[in-house]
Unconditional design. Structure first.
Length: 436
């Protein structure tokens, strides 16, 4: 008998196996939204809302609450990961609930001023991509060190999840503005049509792996759930699902204060009938494959009962039908206070996505606003905690020209660029608004 079991600790050798490549790909895809894209469906203090204007906003971001930039960068570039690099990364991990996330958002909006009653209308297009992974320390060690460190023990793999989502939105809505003494109020309401491009959603609520002390057998106990959209076409704009969403917003502004409330993407996508849902709860005992004749491996051992036992253990109970899935719903609260005739402003905001692994994020932004003729140039350092990461700081620079043109560029990851071995975060945000 030849006993075949995964008992490698050398990463280079493991790269040659399909199992490790699959795990590698999963980690690569989700190595998670950090900055929120300020789509112009809401009130903007930077451009007069009584005119036609176009706004383009785009964001690309990665963050993690435990994995650092140095490790993620080496992993992404497929550099050799020696034991010191892997050990240092493993020592930073929590026992459970380690997060990775990636997001790409971009949108284009047109503001249309109304002719009476202080009404403005908007219409826009958005594209959203989201990938997020939750894993525990045991999963990381199993992937990068193999199972030889866990012989004689039950390795717990509970609480693992992977989500990969792409969808587009067509939105339209209305802004109503009214004045009371020296203050301004703006109420926003809109609806959206959601096109589901593709979805992949894995969940492993519970799982254990036991490797016998002498590596003679493996015992695997897993509960796996999965749902995914139709895989025959997942290109940009593919119509694999549809749904609706709603947006609400309110803004209050006076001479020295600005308060904003936004509730965005209250909605869902119904994935079509060719979508698939998997569910499997299995226990597998594996002690190798009996090959009495190495020159003939086409016998009953592999093609018959041996193959059937492995297939039955890992095959999913599959159903093909439509299902509903909530899209990430965003809650945003912000308060800004102006000082010294608006030369200085201090802003504190909270941002959160429901139906996601995103954690509530707090952000503090002091800004120096420098008047230059009919323009204002702002320099704004920022500090934030939460989201998919722990702590990040960054810098934003913006310019407002005659209330007709506005541009902003920012990144929230200066600390991660300066000290990649201690921090995580890559990406940036740009916003351009132009009156017509």
């Amino acid at each position: 008998m030849i006993s075949i079991t995964w008992y490698k600790s050398d990463t280079t050798a493991m790269l040659k196996t399909g199992t490790f490549k699959t795990a590698l790909l999963i980690l690569l895809l989700v190595t998670a939204p950090v900055h929120y894209t300020f789509s112009q469906l809401y009130y903007s203090e930077n451009i007069a809302d009584s005119s036609y204007f176009l706004s383009l906003n785009s964001e690309l971001a990665f963050n993690s609450n435990r994995i650092t930039n140095s490790f993620a960068g080496a992993f992404y570039k497929r550099e050799f990961l020696d034991n010191d690099i892997k050990t240092n990364a493993a020592e930073r991990l929590w026992a459970d609930n380690n997060l990775l996330g990636y997001q790409f958002n971009t949108n284009l909006y047109l503001n249309i001023p109304g002719k009476k009653n202080n009404l403005n209308y908007y219409i826009g297009l958005e594209h959203r991509s989201l990938m997020e992974l939750r894993f525990n320390r045991n999963f990381f060690q199993l992937v990068f060190f193999g199972n030889n460190h866990f012989t004689g023990d039950f390795l717990a793999l509970k609480g693992l999840s992977l989500t990969y989502l792409n969808f587009q939105q067509l939105k339209a809505g209305i802004n109503k503005t009214w004045m009371t003494k020296k203050s301004k109020h703006v109420l926003t309401a809109g609806i959206g049509f959601n096109n589901g491009q593709n979805l992949l959603d894995y969940e492993l609520p519970y799982g254990t792996l036991f490797t016998q002390q002498d590596a003679e057998y493996l015992n695997l106990d897993l509960n796996i759930k999965m749902q995914r959209s139709d895989t025959s076409n997942s290109k940009f704009g593919a119509e694999n699902g549809w749904g609706f969403s709603a947006d609400l917003g309110y803004a209050y502004q006076d001479e020295n204060n600005l308060f904003e409330f936004q509730l965005e993407d209250i909605g869902f996508i119904r994935w079509k009938k060719n979508s698939q849902r998997y569910d499997k709860d299995t226990i597998l005992y594996f002690d190798g494959i009996d090959m009495s004749n190495l020159l003939d491996i086409k016998g009953e051992t592999i093609s018959g009962s041996g193959a059937d036992s492995i297939l039955n253990a890992f095959a999913f109970s599959k159903t093909a039908n439509a299902f509903n899935q909530m899209i990430p719903m965003r809650l945003y609260l912000s308060y800004k206070r102006f000082f010294f005739k608006k030369w200085l402003s201090l802003s504190l905001s909270m941002n959160h996505y429901f139906f996601s692994l995103y954690k509530p994020q707090l952000r503090f932004v002091p800004s120096v606003n420098i008047p230059v003729k009919n323009s204002v140039i702002s320099i704004a350092p920022l500090v934030e905690v939460g989201g998919y990461g722990r702590f990040n700081c960054g810098l934003g620079i913006s310019a407002m020209i005659n209330k007709k043109f506005y541009i902003e560029v920012q990144t929230g990851y200066l600390n991660a660029y300066i000290r990649p071995e201690k921090s995580a975060g890559v990406g940036g945000y740009i916003s351009i608004i132009k009156t017509l």
